[in-house]
Design a protein. Structure first.
Length: 197
């Protein structure tokens, strides 16, 4: 009950985050999962039409994700997170990991795009539009950019692990409503509770 009430009135700083913040967050998570799934499937499929189509889709969804994250950043700047009453080191760690997540999620598509361009590959968005080629072909540079694309992917996975572990600690150990303020469900029961107050 105490938790439900605090989620409603926000008096302890854990009111629901704006719907836009939550939609952007979970859309990014879903698109990232799709990106890893597509590249794993492409690697399983190997060379051939299916593999090439999956890599094309990986490129298209990745560039879409880039635009989504830019829009998300603009939204986030206009809607800062209400501060939490947590120790300074925790807020610093959480904020640092969130900032690093933004950097990696923007760097990944940029590196993938530049690596594909310098490899001389044509990038076809969803099989419909071919993007104009703007970088000169350079195989050595392309190899290095692909290596970096792979390394940043590993760093991104580590950051996601750290971030998700922190979120789950709020959900199951601290039980302070921080996980719930980012969650998408529960609007209906919240409204019912509010109308009873
Ligand atoms: C957040 C976005 C992205 C994520 C998480 C991601 C993730 C990955 C991962 C994990 C790999 C495998 C790396 C390895 O095997 O070492 C990969 C490979 C690749 N990525 Fe991405 N990527 C993203 C965006 C992009 C974009 C936007 C493009 C191109 C426009 C792209 C093009 C490629 C290509 C061409 C490969 C190599 C495929 C092959 O083995 O032939 N990626 N990506
Ligand atoms: C996979 C499971 C995930 C869970 C359970 C989770 C959970 C959460 C929660 C509970 C918050 C709210 C923190 C607060 O209110 O202070 C949050 C914020 C945030 N999460 Fe996640 N998250 C996950 C994945 C991701 C991924 C993959 C990204 C990658 C971009 C991400 C990026 C962020 C960012 C940047 C914030 C700060 C708020 C914002 O800028 O929108 N999260 N996350």
């Amino acid at each position: 009950m105490t938790e439900t009430r605090s989620l409603q009135d926000g008096s302890d700083g854990v009111a629901r985050l704006p719907l836009g913040t939550r939609i952007f967050h979970w859309t990014t998570v879903a698109l990232l999962a799709l990106m890893f799934g597509l590249i794993l499937a492409a690697e399983q499929a190997g060379p051939g039409d299916l593999g090439a189509t999956l890599v094309d889709l990986h490129r298209s969804v990745g560039l879409t994700l880039f635009l989504v994250v830019l829009a998300r950043l603009a939204w986030r700047l206009a809607h800062p997170l209400p501060p939490l009453r947590r120790p300074a080191w925790e807020r610093l760690l959480a904020g640092g990991v969130q900032a690093a997540l933004y950097v990696c999620v923007l760097a990944m598509p940029a590196l993938g795009w530049a690596a594909s361009e310098t490899a001389g590959d044509t990038i076809r968005l969803y099989g419909i539009v071919s993007l104009p080629s703007v970088l000169p072909m350079d195989e050595d540079l392309s190899d290095r950019l692909f290596q970096l694309h792979g390394s940043v992917a590993i760093a991104l996975l580590c950051l996601i692990g750290l971030h998700a572990a922190g979120a789950l600690r709020h959900r199951f150990v601290l039980r302070d409503g921080v996980f719930e303020r980012m969650w998408l469900g529960g609007e209906r029961s919240r409204k019912v509770n509010q109308s009873r107050r």
